[in-house]
Design a protein around this ligand. Structure first.
Ligand code: PMP
Ligand code: GLU
Length: 405
């Protein structure tokens, strides 16, 4: 066996400097505990607890029977890209051409492609915190520099145009954010996006990566994309996918909509790394988009009910501060009042990762510490779980937190 030190010297700096994904790590730890017959409730991974709609599964079976089993075009089948173009027009009133769409192995690969396509070593990427765990690590992989704009629960985790302006330097290359946001559920309104767009108008060298994967899980209004402002549309790269809206996390299907040059560059990168994504998933994706949003709207109703349920239960836990998220399926409550407290064995809870581990080991509820989302004073709970599991999970969390002294 190689020692830890030896392994570090063999592996690239790139991988040595990379953190493990905290969402996936906590999910793995939860699964390991569950394998020891512990009844663990997982609120760690962000994925719908619904099955993929029947018509989408049928389309995949048909694709197999029709022998869609060979390499697809690198940026995706033209009819899938056309379905995406149609969706962007009918749902978002945005005009794109299929040459502007690149389909990838999940929105995660789309994000990674875009960053590798645009970022040179030393380029700055502006990221509002809290952000989805992989953003900053993808920037690190590309040898870029993340520049964070901090927000807190008091402003519903939104940045202001003044904060954005202050973060911009001559090295700024990309701004990346998600609305609805993971981990906070924050949704930017049209007016708020317009105000940010005004700032970008003054800085024509900055690109905007708009992660809209939670667009259909929005409890306040219709989805607004920052690509709707003509003055900056050419510099906006929309990332979206099928994982959340169609409960297709395992199918690995995401895409970008961007200007032709950036799309072509992503196509080139993908051609040297993964090629076109799974042919069967792509065929199913066409049917998902063509058949509309009925199943998503059903899911949304369940999420709306659970959001209220979890909100009421969280508000009832002393020391926990929460807001009511406007979208996605997460809560990001403030939990720093527990720092400095001790568990039954005298171990001190020093940070959000300690608290998440404590809740897993003592309360048997898997959550994720806020540190990996860029703010250590919080933890993330996913409420993509049954109502009964949520009630029991919140009971356990309250009990476990009550034992800290
Ligand atoms: N962006 C955000 C904000 C997410 O929460 C996720 C969750 N997986 C992704 C992108 C990636 O989604 P996928 O790769 O499953 O399409
Ligand atoms: N987006 C989900 C989450 O945030 C999936 C896990 C992941 O890919 O990080 O939990």
């Amino acid at each position: 066996m190689l020692s830890h030190k030896n392994i570090m010297s063999i592996l690239s700096d790139r991988i040595n400097n990379l953190s493990e994904s905290a969402t996936l790590k906590m999910t793995k730890l939860g699964r390991e505990l569950a394998a020891k017959d512990v009844n663990v409730i997982s609120l760690s991974v962000g994925e719908p607890d619904f099955n993929t709609p029947e018509h989408v599964k049928e389309a995949a079976k048909k694709a197999l029977d029709e022998n869609y089993t060979r390499y697809s075009p690198v940026p995706g089948y033209p009819d899938l890209r056309q379905a995406i173009v149609n969706k962007l027009k009918t749902e978002n009133n945005l005009d794109y051409d299929i040459s502007q769409i690149v389909v990838s192995t999940g929105a995660k690969q789309s994000l990674s492609n875009v960053i590798l396509t645009l970022i040179n070593p030393g380029d700055e990427v502006i990221i509002p915190t809290p952000y989805w765990v992989s953003y900053s690590e993808m920037v690190t992989l590309a040898e870029g520099k993340s520049v964070f704009i901090n927000t807190s629960i008091e402003s519903d985790f939104k940045i202001t145009p003044a904060q954005l302006e202050a973060a911009i330097t001559p090295k700024s290359k990309l701004f990346m954010f998600s609305s609805p946001n993971n981990p906070t559920g924050t949704v930017y309104s049209k007016d708020e996006l317009a105000a940010l767009a005004k700032v970008f108008e003054k800085h024509p060298n900055i690109y905007i990566l708009s992660d809209e994967i939670y667009e259909h899980i929005n409890f306040v209004d219709k989805h607004e994309s920052i690509a709707q402002f003509p003055s900056i549309k050419d510099r906006v790269i929309i990332v979206n996918g099928f994982s959340k809206a169609f409960a297709m996390t395992g199918w690995r299907l995401g895409y970008i909509a961007a200007n032709k040059e950036i799309a072509a560059a992503n196509d080139k990168l993908q051609g040297q790394t993964t090629s076109g994504t799974c042919s069967i998933a792509q065929r199913a994706g066409i049917v998902a988009y063509e058949q509309g949003l009925d199943t998503v709207n059903e899911m949304k109703k369940a999420f709306a009910r659970r959001r209220q349920l979890v909100y009421d239960l969280l508000k009832d836990i002393p020391g926990v501060k929460t807001n009511l998220p406007e979208g996605a399926f997460y809560f990001f409550p403030e939990i720093s009042s527990f720092f400095g407290k001790k568990d039954a064995d005298g171990n001190v809870i020093k940070n959000s990762a300690d608290l998440a581990l404590y809740l897993l080991n003592v309360g048997h509820v898997a959550t994720v510490g806020g540190d990996s989302f860029g703010n250590d004073n919080y933890i993330r709970l996913s409420y993509a779980a049954s109502d009964e599991s949520l009630v029991e999970a919140l009971r356990r969390i309250k009990e476990a937190l009550g034992k800290l002294s």
